[in-house]
Design a protein around this ligand. Structure first.
Ligand SMILES: *[C@@H]1O[C@H](CO)[C@@H](O)[C@H](O)[C@H]1NC(C)=O
Ligand SMILES: *[C@@H]1O[C@H](CO)[C@@H](O)[C@H](O)[C@H]1NC(C)=O
Ligand SMILES: *[C@@H]1O[C@H](CO)[C@@H](O)[C@H](O)[C@H]1NC(C)=O
Length: 226
């Protein structure tokens, strides 16, 4: 719990430092607004996104995210499952920080949002809503399952971009040469290049030697279907 609290304090510190520096920036230049989901989504996502197929065990191959302390954390993994009764995705996101396993219990609300867009809630920063857009999907030609997904989170504060997160998730933790680069190229084609090149840029996660917490058997059985 102590380590967890330290991480929490670190996260708060980083977020506040980041927001603080951005406040100065907003007064100097006219900062960009968050794009509309439809403006950055591929045609496929806009027309065919199926939330049930977003369920599964996802390895974060790379990310752009100021809230993740890069030097002390790694092995990021997301286990997503959909709850049709509330139209929420529950995301059991885990990572290792300074030799301790961390859990971030995230929920994403799909009610009232366009296809492939949802609002995230994170108990660590309960006052912030994290609008999350599914930007692009890799669809397996044989099984029609999703192989990879690119997500973009954009938070506005006083009509200015205050936070952006980009997640490159894959069902496999080790991918063939060029595959992650291909995903990044698609992210740029969809207009995320500005954010990929700003701040801490895009960090590639090293999954070598990682161990992950076990996934509940009932979830693994559910994921088999999608
Ligand atoms: C996630 O965390 C919130 C806040 O701590 C809690 O209310 C909720 O029940 C948790 N969700 C699950 C599925 O554990
Ligand atoms: C990834 O981590 C492994 C194990 O810690 C290490 O041997 C390897 O050099 C790392 N690779 C990169 C590209 O940093
Ligand atoms: C998250 O997953 C771990 C195991 O992977 C499990 O022990 C824990 O209960 C899960 N958390 C929630 C809120 O479901």
């Amino acid at each position: 719990m102590g380590a967890c609290k330290n991480i929490l304090v670190a996260v708060f510190g980083i977020v506040l430092a980041y927001f603080g520096s951005n406040i100065a920036y907003w007064f100097l230049v006219d900062g960009p607004r968050c794009p509309l989901p439809a403006d950055i989504q591929t045609d496929y996502v806009r027309k065919h996104f199926d939330v049930r197929k977003l369920q599964g065990v996802w390895y974060e191959l790379a990310y752009h995210d100021i809230t993740q302390p890069i030097s002390v954390c790694g092995c990021e993994r997301s286990v997503k499952h959909y709850r049709p009764e509330s139209n929420h995705i529950f995301d059991n996101f885990t990572l290792w920080c300074s030799e301790t396993q961390q859990y971030a219990n995230l929920t994403f609300n799909l009610n009232g949002h366009p296809k492939g867009h949802m609002h995230g809630h994170w108990p660590w920063l309960p006052m912030i809503v994290w609008p999350n857009t599914i930007v692009a999907l890799g669809v397996d030609k044989v099984t029609d399952k999703y192989n990879w997904v690119i997500e973009f989170q954009c938070v506005e504060y006083f009509n200015r971009v205050a936070f952006t997160g980009i997640n490159f998730y894959h069902k496999q933790r080790f991918v063939k040469d060029g595959e992650l680069e291909g995903m990044m190229e698609i992210a740029r084609q969809q207009g995320l290049g500005h954010w990929m090149d700003s701040g801490l840029k895009v960090h590639v996660v090293n999954h070598t030697g990682c161990t992950y917490p076990p996934v509940e058997q009932n979830l693994l059985e559910l994921f088999e279907q999608y």
